[in-house]
Design a protein around this ligand. Structure first.
Ligand SMILES: Nc1ncnc2c1ncn2[C@@H]1O[C@H](COP(=O)(O)OP(=O)(O)OP(=O)(O)O)[C@@H](O)[C@H]1O
Length: 292
């Protein structure tokens, strides 16, 4: 078992468990270390001793985690436990939030994500993001996908752009549904199609990592199933981190699952272990519905 102490400088006891509606476990004495396998041999992303603050309030406490190449890591936990905050550290989306401060060592291919010389525009092309609510631009389907490559100077000729658009839509499992209406607005698609369009848009700039923040929460079960199949397909080419409220979804799409609790990373293990034989009492309490 890999363990790492949370007793390092900066560690503070979790605040009172306001979000735990069905609290049955004394969280204040139990979250001392991350149990399981937070590290891996083929890490694409390495996060070490990450602390995140919103002004004076600490939202993430000394979290360390690797995300491997061609791996899907699911981040689960009760509302407000810091899943989205941690995810946004990985492509510096927290920079856009006033008062948000990130500390720690975060690397992509062993290069610092927060280095002084890092330009966030190419970083966010390498580490793309798909949000909770599908958010296509008010442009045509074609332009939604072509926009990123154009601003990143990829595919300057029309034929090249056509190829990128087609390939991205194919990879996102949307090509057959939209190939005859590329000049129609992206906002005219169904919610599930819009989300796949947003995935195509992220893919179009050749990312290496895709971050997904509850990508199916606005979708019906059929559209959700399409996205879940797609995640499994995308794993062949990308590293994926997904925040989800659905334990079933985490179980279906991920190889490892990370359980967050009040800003602490309690347990990381292969997904089957987390859902069938969790190591930590808090993980067990969450997956058996005792709180959350
Ligand atoms: N922009 C912000 N300003 C101040 N505090 C914030 C901000 N965003 C999040 N927080 C706080 O940080 C903590 C973690 O929030 P975060 O949204 O990361 O949790 P989460 O686990 O993703 O929650 P949910 O599952 O409800 O989306 C919460 O206490 C939240 O209130």
């Amino acid at each position: 078992m890999n363990t790492m102490t949370l007793d390092a400088p900066g560690y503070s006891e979790p605040a009172s468990p306001q979000t735990l509606e069905k609290e049955t476990v004394d969280t204040r004495t139990k979250v001392r270390e991350t149990v399981g396998t937070p590290f891996c041999d083929n890490a694409k992303l390495k996060m070490r001793n990450v602390n995140v603050f919103y002004n004076e309030t600490q939202a993430i406490h000394n979290v360390s985690l690797d995300i491997g190449r061609n791996e899907v890591v699911a981040m689960i936990g009760p509302s407000g436990c810091g899943k989205s905050t941690f995810l946004r550290c990985l492509n510096r989306m927290n920079d856009t939030i006033e008062g948000c401060r990130v500390e720690g060592d975060l690397t992509l291919d062993d290069e610092p994500i927060y280095g002084p010389k890092v330009d966030v525009v190419p970083l966010r092309a390498r580490v793309g993001m798909v949000f909770q609510k599908p958010n296509p631009f008010p442009k045509t389907i074609y332009e939604n996908v072509a926009y990123g490559p154009k601003i990143h100077g990829i595919g300057s000729r029309r034929a090249e752009l056509d190829e990128i658009v087609e390939n991205s839509l194919r990879r996102a499992g949307l090509w057959n549904e939209v190939k005859d209406r590329l000049d129609k607005p992206g906002t005219g698609l169904s919610g599930g199609q819009q989300q796949r369009l947003c995935i195509a848009r992220a893919i179009a700039v050749s990312p290496e990592v895709i971050l997904m923040d509850e990508p199916c929460s606005a979708l019906d079960p059929i559209a959700t199933a399409r996205i879940e199949e797609l995640i499994d397909e995308l794993r062949k080419n990308y590293t994926i981190a997904i925040v989800t409220h659905s334990m079933q979804q985490a179980a279906r799409v991920s190889q490892r699952t990370a359980y967050f609790h009040l800003g602490h990373l309690v347990e990381v293990n292969d997904t089957e272990t987390v859902f069938t034989n969790p190591e930590h009492e808090l993980t067990e309490a969450y997956i058996t519905g005792r709180f959350g």
